[in-house]
Design a protein around this ligand. Sequence first.
Ligand code: GDP
Ligand code: GDP
Length: 467
Amino acid sequence: MKPLVAIVGRPNVGKSTLFNRLARRRIALVEDIPGVTRDRHYWDVEYEGRDITIIDTGGFVPGEKDSLLQQVREQAQLAVEECDAIIFVTDARVGLTSADQDVAHYLRQSGKPVVVAANKLDSESGTLQALAGEFFKMGLGEVFPISAEHGLGVGSMMETVMGKLPPLSPEELEAREQAAKAEEAAEAGEGGEEGAEEAPAEEEERPIRVAIIGRPNVGKSTLVNALLKEKRVVASEVPGTTRDPIDSELTYKDHKVILTDTAGIRRKKTIAHRVEKFSVVAALKSMERSDVAVLLMDATEPAVDQDAKLAGIAEEKGRALVIVVNKWDLISTDKRKQELFREDLKHALKFVHYAPIVFTSALTGSKVEKVLELAVELAVQFRYRAPTPQLNRLLEHMADNHPAPIVGRGPLRLYYMAQVGTAPPTFAITCNRPDGVPDMYKRYITNQLRGTFDLRVPIRLLFRDRP
Ligand code: GDP
Ligand code: GDP
């Protein structure tokens, strides 16, 4: 699970400037998804060899109606509840304000790791740097003089931030090793077959992690409760690694399933008014630790921007996705109506066209078990490994049926394909022009892979030069 680092502070102190600077290290996205990529307030970036997610809380809590103090408090709350470390940005040219003091008080009590950035110190001059001193009074420890605009001091501040993050778990270290091995095997090209082919045995037995996500009031907690009741299990509370997430565990057709972050769903009753603003970050976080995202929407209020955004995040994060249209009992029992609804939804969510759609009523229990069935099915596809000979037969078949496009001065030639990763299934194709493969042809290959192996999950393609 990638640690989340939040940027907090008053308006105009330079949060988005800092955010944009840090975002320069972002991990390349496979495909930009309109509506998700535009106007982004979080990015996955790499720092010191570790992947982290940075969040500009100012973007998540725009607070047009709220007072300034209220806005900054809400940002701090979001950071404290969801994030692993906080960068508290202040404006050293303005100096310490009472809003800063107020937030500092709250952050101190939270016990979360905080670094203070005294921003807008645009030169190394001693008199300017001395302006940072004032912020020690907040009692949050070390203060880093920075210039977000010019990049001064940002490196050493980030070094400290990275040092405050929770250490990598044994599973993460293991996963890294596995990834490095798969990469090596793939690099070895055609000889890498054996290395890439061998699925680690425990991968099959790892519990399936399912995140139930969706806007407030779509029926997430009702669904979770219905699922748990259906399975006649009392939710066993599995203590998580971070502060108080409590997961529910159940068994479905011999698969161990963990519904992640249901604690957040239960907990929300007490913080109802904040959930609306925070649901994207909470969803982001619970998707980070899951194989499958179950995205609930309300049939009476379908496919609003936020639903599309969550679906886009699932695709971008490479998570399997089940789309659930809940509260269908309020709409109709008419099959045709369902088909029309499905068509509209498929159109609105084209970028996740592979995701199955199910119409439920969490209230009456209708089709609730189907959600679990699909989640388990997708999790198996998510971890599937395609046999290399079959992949290469597919490659030949594609070359015969769909002439490769001309790229630059000659035709694109695909030589060899191997699966180099799972969760999501990732395929490497060796070819003559790795940078020139047209998007249309990429989609064609992806669809062929979907059809051949029945993969209704995100698929990643890598194109490589011949070694
Ligand atoms: P936010 O509201 O906290 O996200 O602040 P912005 O990032 O939008 O910055 C507010 C203003 O401060 C903009 O005009 C920035 O150009 C300016 N600013 C940000 N960082 C620096 C800096 O390091 N030095 C100076 N001089 N100005 C900065
Ligand atoms: P959450 O905020 O997403 O966890 O939503 P809740 O599970 O708290 O549900 C919000 C409201 O919608 C509650 O009043 C539920 O009783 C109601 N609700 C949930 N699922 C259904 C459903 O399938 N049909 C109907 N009619 N109401 C539902």
